[in-house]
Design a protein around this ligand. Structure first.
Ligand code: ZN
Length: 320
């Protein structure tokens, strides 16, 4: 058996939230435990390390990193982020970055798999010196910046952001980094802060379903891979385009999201590009643990990682 996909997880760093809080903190552990039960030896599971001060400073302002780590964010800053301050939140924020960075680094180790993932991260609403929308630091941006520094042969990275919200933070963080191309496909009705310019933005109309959404993605991605010839791909696989999602205004089914995932996976295999998968949005309309919405959202997240493990384990799919 060849190398298996490596999945990092940071659900051990949990933040206690008030009962009426809308962030589904419990989904991370549910997704991870269910994947471990199902995949068994089909993937390797590791606890996410926490990112260091220097790693965070590749991407974020020193003063902002210091204030986060010293628990000195103002009430207003915390309100924009949507989480309370305190040691739990700090550990969660730094491990959300650390797991994605470790996943990216693992692709360059001897005997590495071609697919690694973080069952967390995808925090694409973090900026140089502030955060918003449940994002403190950008895991993908820190990981890409560290890899560019550590692996001089990597000169072209592609961020494929399929969360229902625009990857506004990453768009700004990589504005002047020509080695990282940011692609965001998101819903026209899901902006909660000013729109930023990614290298390529595709806006999907409110209410679009599987056929329209996947048709757009399948038209745009192949020429993008061809033109960029990326040497590393980050896939933000948020599942908030799902019809069961509280915030997302698209009407995708789980089958539609699997087709979306497959569009990304297939191109990585065809071009022989190593891939880091991260999580992202997924907010059940009915947040109760046993609800149908919660089940569908958790399964949709699992579909992303099931697909990633299968991609790694199917050597015949890889071009080179
Ligand atoms: Zn989202």
């Amino acid at each position: 058996m060849g190398p298996r996909a490596i999945f990092y997880y940071n659900d051990v760093f949990r933040v206690d939230l008030p009962d009426n809080h809308r962030f589904p903190m419990g989904k991370y552990e549910s997704v991870r435990r269910s994947l471990q039960n199902e995949l068994r030896e089909g993937a390797v599971f590791r606890v996410s390390p926490t990112a260091t001060f220097d790693e965070l400073c590749t991407t974020h302002a020193r003063s902002y990193v210091e204030r986060v780590l010293n628990d000195e964010l103002t009430r207003d800053e915390l309100r924009r982020i949507g989480f309370p301050g305190g040691p739990q939140s700090i550990a969660r924020a730094t491990s959300s970055v650390g797991g994605t960075l470790a996943a990216a680094r693992a692709l360059f180790e001897p005997g590495a798999p071609r697919v690694t993932a973080h069952i967390a991260g995808g925090t694409h609403h973090a900026f140089w010196d502030r955060g918003e929308g449940y994002c403190v630091f950008s895991d993908i941006a820190v990981a890409a910046n560290c890899i560019l520094r550590e692996q001089p042969s990597v000169r072209s990275c592609l961020v494929v952001d399929c969360d229902v919200h625009q990857g506004n933070g990453n768009a700004v963080l990589f504005k002047d980094e020509h080695r990282v191309f940011t692609f965001s496909m998101h819903c026209a009705g899901n902006y909660f802060s000013p729109v930023e310019a990614s290298d390529l933005d595709i806006e999907v109309p409110i209410g679009a379903g599987d056929a329209e959404y996947c048709g757009k993605l399948e038209a745009v991605l192949p020429p993008l891979f061809h033109a960029l010839a990326p040497q590393l791909v980050f896939f933000q696989g948020g599942v908030d385009p799902l019809a069961n999602d509280r915030y997302g205004k698209l009407q995708l089914s789980r089958a539609g999201l699997r087709r979306r995932n497959e569009a990304v996976f297939g191109l990585c295999a065809q071009h022989g590009v190593p891939l880091v998968v991260t999580m992202g949005g997924g907010y059940p309309r009915d947040m109760r643990a046993g609800s149908a919405d919660t089940f569908q959202v958790i399964q949709a997240h699992m579909d992303v990682y099931r697909g990633a493990a299968q991609l790694q384990n199917n050597a015949a799919r890889w071009a080179r």
